[in-house]
Design a protein around this ligand. Structure first.
Ligand code: KG4
Ligand code: ZN
Length: 335
């Protein structure tokens, strides 16, 4: 079975080709250089760049995989959530290919895709818990079985990746802030005490207070003309931002038995988070397997969409709608 998958939910135009579970190509065209000067993603610019790039990316994926479009069996694409205009470009490209080559379409939920990025290097063990940490989402997703998703905790305001990006903007570090802060944090010390956000018994998160606390801290230091190192601010923020993810994960694992925990989304690339999660599992949950996506598959990519599509097709997606897709911001009719 050959799947062509398209991901265009935010600022990456990506097309992947899979032969069953084997990844033949995963082309990602990043728009970061275009959005960098605005300090974040400009939705209208993102849509226009997707329009410009999508055909080249499809062509390159096909060439890399050394297949022809006639050989493709299914066209998968990101249905949502994401930027409406960006999603629309990927969906229209998918529909066009499906119409031309008479192939079935497989709509995939973006976060389900992030979770299934893990499946490219590790089998899943159910029941499992996924900690989804991206620029738009921070969620605990309980999966009793294949493609069964239940959100058991989520952020009440900002997502963790969003907080990284906003703190980076205040420190004038560029976009996206996550990787830059992660790197700087390792060169600094967490000398500034910041409050652990939403440090309660719930499985929910809150990051807007932490972001404001960092902004206030910087303003106070500047008002008092005290010099500070950006590295120390980054280290202080990263400590609290990741500590709360670990504390909440421990809480969930104590209450809900699972065989595996998977981290998913852009922030899954965070070195501190990966190390702390490994520590937690080694020290307290030795019988729970830990799955982390390869670094190249943490951010947005079409390989994860294709992998999730593969399992949906096996389950006959027409008869088994994906529960999580009810959350999609962009609904789509059947082709
Ligand atoms: O999953 P993703 O690529 O896009 C969304 O679906 O949102 O996640 C992007 C987010 C950005 O906020 C980015 O700053 C963050 O992931 N990110 C990181 C790291 N790498 C990317 N955050 C913390 N540490 C990192 N190493
Ligand atoms: Zn994403």
């Amino acid at each position: 079975m050959i799947i062509l998958a398209i991901e265009s939910s935010c600022d990456d135009t990506s097309v992947a080709i899979l032969q069953d579970k084997k990844l033949l190509a995963n082309v990602v065209s990043s728009q970061v250089a275009f959005h960098n000067k605005y300090g974040g993603v400009m939705p209208e610019l993102a849509s226009r760049l997707h329009v410009e790039k999508i055909t080249y990316v499809i062509k390159e994926a096909i060439a890399t995989a050394k297949i022809s479009l006639e050989e493709v069996d299914y066209i998968a694409f990101t249905q949502g959530p994401g930027l409406i205009g960006s999603l629309h470009v990927g969906m229209q490209a998918a529909k066009t290919l499906a119409l031309l080559y008479e192939k079935p379409l497989v709509p995939i939920h973006h976060l389900a895709g992030h979770i299934y990025a893990n499946r490219l290097n590790q089998e899943f063990q159910f029941p499992m818990l996924a900690l989804v940490v991206s620029g738009g989402h921070t969620e605990f997703v309980y999966m009793e079985n294949e493609l069964k998703f239940k959100i058991i905790g989520s952020t009440l305001d900002d997502a963790v990746g969003e907080a990284y990006d906003k703190v980076a903007r205040v420190l004038d570090l560029g976009y996206p802030g996550g990787p830059i802060i992660d790197k700087l944090a390792h060169q600094g010390n967490p000398i500034y005490p910041l409050p652990l956000p939403k440090n309660d018994r719930s499985f929910d998160f809150s990051y807007s207070g932490l972001k404001s606390a960092v902004i206030n801290l910087i303003h106070k230091l500047e008002q008092r003309h005290e010099s500070y190192k950006k590295e120390d601010i980054a280290a202080s923020f990263q400590k609290v931002a990741t500590d709360i993810l670990i504390q909440k994960t421990e809480r969930v694992l104590k209450q809900i038995p699972v065989r595996m925990i998977a981290i998913a989304g852009g922030v899954a690339a965070n070195q501190a988070l990966r190390e702390k999660m490994q520590n937690l599992i080694d020290k307290k949950f030795k019988n729970v397997a830990l799955s982390v996506p390869s670094l190249s598959l943490c951010g947005d990519n079409a390989a994860m969409i294709g992998m999730c599509a593969y399992y949906r097709i096996l389950q006959n997606h027409d008869n088994a709608p994906l529960d999580i897709s009810a959350l999609a911001t962009y609904s789509i009719e059947k082709f």
